[in-house]
Design a protein around this ligand. Sequence first.
Ligand code: PLP
Length: 497
Amino acid sequence: MAETPGRPGAATGKLLFDVSVPGRRATAFPACDVPESPLPSADLLRDDLRLPELSEGEVVRYFTHLSSLNYSIESGMYPLGSCTMKYNPKRNEDVARMPGFAWAHPLTPAASAQGALQVLFDLQQCLVNITGMAGAGLAPMAGAHGELAGVLMIRAYHDARGDTGRRKILVPDSAHGTNPATAAMAGYAVVSIRSDVHGNCDMEHLRSELRPDVAGMMLTQPNTLGLFDTQIEAIAAALHQHGALLYGDGANMNALLGRTKPGAMGFDVMHLNLHKTFSTPHGGGGPGAGPVVAAPHLLEYLPAPIVEHREGSLHFAVPANSIGPMSGFAGNFGVLLRAYAYIRTLGADGLREVADNAVLNANYVRSQLTDVYALKHDRPCMHEVVLNGTRQKAKGVNTLAIAKRLIDYGFHPPTIYFPLIVEEALMIEPTETESRETLDAFIAAMRAIAEETEHDPEVMLSAPHYAPVGKLDEATAARRPYLRWRPEPADAPVADG
Ligand SMILES: *Cc1c(COP(=O)(O)O)cnc(C)c1O
């Protein structure tokens, strides 16, 4: 493992305890000029608590250095397919921090919070317009959370009609893992539907599984192969003919904004990831927002609360047969604010440009790499492209090694080994916010890596060489995480975490 190049005076590569000097302090207190009073009990003092001793400057440098070891969207391109890790305008952060919004208490009476309710009401309308649906509920706090709300709405719809024999949800084999997990959490059995040779839904398989016990299908459009399924209207019609509903996974809407609307394709209910498409930086587990939008026949089941106009002012309301609340209060208000600011600053034309550039960038990357990396479904993609490392694997270098080597070239790796139906998958989503120069640098790195596979496989198999840590034992890292600094050697028994 190579050392990180050091800066003079920085605590580079060392643990906090290594730079500790006994007796060194951040603060020197003046001599006590009041009578001393004894501490309550000697039992409260721990002699065994070893703490590093440093000056304030050393502590600040240490943590500043640690923060610079993290890769982030602020430090470089993040081509993580299906995650839409784009750069988000900082002005939307300012909007979310405006004191009138940031300090609004969730229990403020509606009469005193009309401004905040107006934002929520307008955002509901924006999402309805963007998706071509009839109504929106903003309460779910993540994509998977929105999925659960949507599938519970499908269940409520069937139940309300006395149609209680529907026990299955269909999920394509290319789907994001949250889809089958959601269907199972909502009490359904999951039936996997094959993809055909073009990367679309296999219509024959779909029709053969469409029995009276099917409640619905969860579909991602464009799908997780980055491909637009041109059979979408036929899929929706087939489901509806059998009394089943079509759920849309709209986590990544970048490709569709302003170009087409899921409502027009026949979707009955879907969720959106505001933290992917609509300007909340994400990663590390949150915060997020996964609003659901629904067609007219599902509006009464939307999660509570929704914001409504009544007698000249805005109010929180519970839809007639709501599946109930999905979160405390009205959802992740700060995330909703960012999405609102993003949508209103871009406007309809700006959103369409987002989609155009997201698709253009992904196809540019595709066009520049398919002579060196294999492509299972050779057709224009939408906002992401799924290449694969099968040619490199045949030479003894797997996709994991390609991903790790990319770190040495200064890029975050793309999503790998997903979707599951593409062997050695490399799922690249450049997003609309990267410049031509950045895309070219990424392409050059991917090409250099393909070249190394031919001539220097050893350097690849042991990568990364220039990262703060080398190749990790990921299974042990996940099973025995070190969640806090400790003075013991790193292999000491884990006391917490
Ligand atoms: C990210 C993603 C999800 C899940 O969203 P979370 O906010 O992480 O729960 C679901 N489906 C697709 C296609 C996604 O990319």
